[in-house]
Design a protein around this ligand. Structure first.
Ligand SMILES: [Zn+2]
Length: 233
């Protein structure tokens, strides 16, 4: 075992670093720098919610608790749930427009310090303020935040939440999926029941009969959602 080297005089940074030792520095780095805001982005139906629940499970498996948030606007499967197309589901804390995510997490950690990670599904629906609250969670509470969302709406316009996540996140991770042509799908084409492209309407269509198909930029422009016409048996 290496003997610690005592710094010769105050202000001798090189010797001081050695004296602290690598282990001590690594601990400081973990404490000071590791909590990051991660934005996992993709087109629709790429498996974001599945990835989210897997990440949460990984923390739980190691004995750590997580908090899962979901904006209230996404009520496809009922309010306050993360539900995946492959059948996984979990309860989530509902986020309304005026909800302060930072404050909620801070108060929960005060009673349960074992909360080690914050996850947000459908993060495109967050407000600018709420994205800033996610930044605060990493900076002031030192907890990593994993946010999952799509970048653009059916008209190719950026969602507010995604705009600020793309601007502010420490890490941007793309979850890839493909268009019917084989190119990477990056757009979300809204179609009616016959597969025709829908170009007008509200950004958020709650309870409508419209469908979404992930397409490449070219097939988004052409309005061709070939796969939506294939009946699912
Ligand atoms: Zn395509």
């Amino acid at each position: 075992m290496q003997r610690p080297i005592i710094p010769a005089k105050t202000g001798d940074d090189g010797a001081l670093r050695e004296w602290l030792g690598v282990a001590g520095m690594m601990h400081q780095l973990r404490v000071n720098a590791l909590a990051k805001l991660h934005f996992y982005y993709s087109a629709m139906n790429a498996g974001k919610s599945t990835t989210l629940l897997q990440s949460s499970y990984n923390y739980n498996e190691r004995g750590m608790d997580t908090l899962i948030f979901v904006p209230e606007v996404d009520d496809r499967y009922g309010v306050g749930k993360v539900t995946t197309r492959i059948g996984l589901r979990a309860d989530a804390i509902t986020v309304k427009d005026d909800f302060d995510i930072y404050r909620h997490v801070r108060e929960d950690i005060a009673t349960n310090p074992n909360i080690k990670c914050v996850l947000v599904d459908e993060a495109q629906f967050l407000s600018q303020q709420q994205v800033q609250q996610l930044c605060l969670i990493t900076e002031e509470l030192n907890r990593p935040v994993l946010a999952y969302g799509i970048r653009t709406d059916f008209q190719g316009e950026p969602f507010v939440g995604s705009k600020y996540l793309l601007a502010l996140a420490d890490e941007l991770i793309e979850i890839k999926t493909i268009c019917h042509c084989g190119r990477k799908a990056i757009m979300n084409l809204r179609t009616d029941e016959t597969g025709g492209a829908v170009r007008e309407g509200n950004q958020i269509e709650v309870g409508g009969n419209d469908l979404y198909v992930a397409t490449c930029r070219r097939h988004f422009r052409l309005g061709e959602a070939v796969n939506s016409l294939v009946p699912v048996e």
